[in-house]
Design a binder for this molecule. Sequence first.
Ligand SMILES: CCCCCCC[C@@H](O)CC(=O)SCCNC(=O)CCNC(=O)[C@H](O)C(C)(C)COP(=O)(O)OP(=O)(O)OC[C@H]1O[C@@H](n2cnc3c(N)ncnc32)[C@H](O)[C@@H]1OP(=O)(O)O
Length: 932
Amino acid sequence: MTSPTLRFDGKVVVITGAGGGLGRVYAKFFASSGASVVVNDLGKAPADNTEGTTQLAADVVVDEIRRQGGTAVANYDTVENGDRIVQCAVENFGRLDVLINNAGILRDRGFSRMSDADWDAVLRVHVYGAYKTTQAAWKVFRKQKYGRIIMTSSAAGVYGNVGQANYGAAKLALVGFSNTLAKEGAKYNIYCNTIAPFAASKMTESVMPPELLKLLKPELVAPVVGFLTHESCQENGGLFEVAGGYVAKVRWERSQGHVFKTDDSFTPAAVHAQWKAVTDFSQSNFPETITEVDWIQQLERSKHLTTNAAGEPLRFDGKVVIVTGAGAGIGRAYALHFARLGASLVINDLGRTPDNRFSADVVVEEVRALGAKAVADRHSVEDGQEIVKTALGAFGRVDVLINNAGILRDRSFARMTDKEWELVYQVHLRGTYKTTQAVWPVFTKQKSGHIVNTCSAVGLYGNFGQANYSAAKAGILGLSNTLALEGARHNIKVNTIAPNAGTAMTATIMPPEMVEALKPDYVAPLVAYLSHDACPATGDVFEVGSGWVAQVRRQRAAGKFFDVASGEAFTPETVQAQWETAITRFDPRSAVYCRSAPDSLKSIVQAATMARRQNAARGTKQNAAITGKAVDVVSIRNRKYPDVPYEITTRDVCLYALGIGATHRDLHLVYEHDENFGVFPLFPVLFSFADSHTLTDLPNYKPHMVVHGEQFVEVLKPLPIEGKLTLRSAHLDVQDKVSGATEVGAQTAYDANDEPVTYTESTTFHRRSGGFSKHPDFKPPPPAQRHPDAVAANVPPKRQPDAVVRTLIPEDQAALYRLSGDYNPLHLDPTVAQLAGFNKPILHGLCTMGFACMQIMRTFGGNQVNFLKNVKTRFSGHVFPGETLETHMWLEEGNKVIFQTRTVERDTWVLKASALKLAVEPTMPSNTPSKL
Ligand SMILES: CCCCCCC[C@@H](O)CC(=O)SCCNC(=O)CCNC(=O)[C@H](O)C(C)(C)COP(=O)(O)OP(=O)(O)OC[C@H]1O[C@@H](n2cnc3c(N)ncnc32)[C@H](O)[C@@H]1OP(=O)(O)O
């Protein structure tokens, strides 16, 4: 097990709702990773049975953290006063780096029985609370140009869940909110991501086998949050499903769609005729912003088409349609379209025309002029029941509800006022809830109904200056997801559109060709089709404008299941390692599509089950190796290999020196005409690549799983700058290390007089080749004959190091170093690196060792090429080219320098248990050890 590298020392983290569940686990995780934590919770802890007192939940968590040596303070404010929570962080710790919006409540109820109080309570805490807390944090983050935010969503929002219309709306609103924050925050180094975790509940009990159910622990969400909020993580605006050790990214997939001719033949019947094309995902794309559609080009394409083909007309004779916000723009276009198709209309709008008439009255006249029936309604959508009453009063029934009313209050998030946030929420999301709830009993009673809700590309992808709007619009989609599920058994169909249409407002800022491209009339045929019995869709989302109609849906990456029960490590570091190769890797062959929260959970169970099966198969394979032929260490040791000739050239000497960090200033290493020119004494490590004997017969052998474990080099005579040598190699040892196997090879280089010049011992670590010593026929071999300095523990003394030196490894170093002989693709080829479990190619271990020894030569070796007697190192962690190495050195008795090296960026020790014996009297470093 490697030690944690993704730490939060010096960082301040606020976690809302941290008195229990997920929040408590996050709080403890961050505190144990070095952060100072604000534990926010307004609730009480469960009664303390022993003393009969009830403590506040936040206090209990703070006590737990402090007992374990961590730093935390409690805060008891409601998230609706989020500014006070942020203030608490700043007052106590002077800053804030990470905000985890976790607080939430549930008021689950079937939609027909949901009260306004149920709705308001849930939306207030989840959405308004997250808005208030985030806005306060935003000010701090922007000023310091750094911040990490997590929003907590749910599959109930992403896909919908019966009984959770309020919760689903709130949870998807947070995804929309996060999308805009990610875009607005990027230039300030403020990143915002959303997780959709599963908690154990009645629903999970019904679909999960008990042994997996046990895994739905809050502890199995924290590693993902830990990685996403670390400063090294570059993910921004992502949505991730997380449950029981499973993690996968979710993104939008959009069908190519269909372009219709925008003439009179663009009707619901024409849409019906092309429905297969609209919903065909075989040539899909994956949009991330609102700007990815060229509307004018779509219209151009449309103009060159012939008249749309259509079957029987799809009409609405005898049907009653309510259109909210129908006094102008897109709502008016819908109304007129429905009127032409025979519907009776309720024209809802509370606005007025420039000549001060009620706009609803004007549109009613227009509808009547088309020969259809219409009544005006001037209520706010927040009084949705009144609108439905108008419909029932005038026509005695309702068949279709088009939730279209909306307003804009655009402003950058930093300057957005509470009033602007609230107003947009009230009209769009709460208004849609109110009208829908009013019509719901009518639809359930008549066992039929169509609802078309209005989202926006801004709600799907986020957009600058529209945090309020993107949250409200995404919330509408979240509401629709659940309504579609709940409505199914009553034959109520609910779909959502993201229209792009010009309105009176946009006409003032758009060029005329854009206004033409985005005519509201080009949206109306889809809306009418979605409202017709002929349309099979429910719970779907469509983008529409300028004659083009396409469907969007959520696509999930196959993801990664960390099999914690079988001992697989699940930490921010292992999440990081799997981030690009599995968690965010989308492959059409393994993509997952879900239609509801239980659906999502089932697919996670499937992924986990499959991963477990594969792990078990791997284990069986390993067992097969264990039960197959036993590894015979004695016979491996007895293997004989022929002598191999080796020629040193000055060109190789210079190239090697450049590969381990020598520069044009080190003429004695890189310029053969320099009077002190010599071979850097680590050069013998290259001999192994001319004469190596990898043990391919170890169980489960895979070349890409081999890493360099340890290296020892002893110089017996100065190496010639040119000349011929003979190499003799042997296997010294093979050991079972459970997680892998180590193989130690020894090699001596002889000169023309057959006198030994150098001696090396190289340990290769074969990952996943362990366990073979359990084979019934395995015979423990006698101890190996090792050089004592090659196996020394080399524990650094307790005092401060005598020298600490930093050096940057250039990005291209592995590409240069390999030319000296180690052509292992692990160091250059991203695909091989991924196969080996690294998210990018890693540096050669011997290159790291060379850099460290170069620093020791410069520090204690008088910068002389003959400075080394012997050196041993252990490669305790990998290095990525581009990282900074920091070598700590302690000069000890016997001219021995104990050293260890870490990467500064990941704060990971990469060389440990290392020592170098000097062949010269040590020089003292000119720099006193710096406390870096
Ligand atoms: C001919 C020469 C050429 C060699 C071929 C190489 C070709 C090159 O191109 C390849 C490279 O350069 S790879 C780059 C350099 N190497 C690395 O990056 C490896 C870094 N180290 C690791 O990842 C882990 O320490 C790892 C994976 C090595 C071990 O991690 P874990 O599995 O977590 O092990 P852990 O639980 O810490 O310990 C288990 C037992 O293994 C021993 N051990 C640990 N690290 C070791 C290491 N680096 N070398 C040798 N033994 C090591 C532990 O002591 C422990 O043993 P025991 O149980 O007996 O105490």
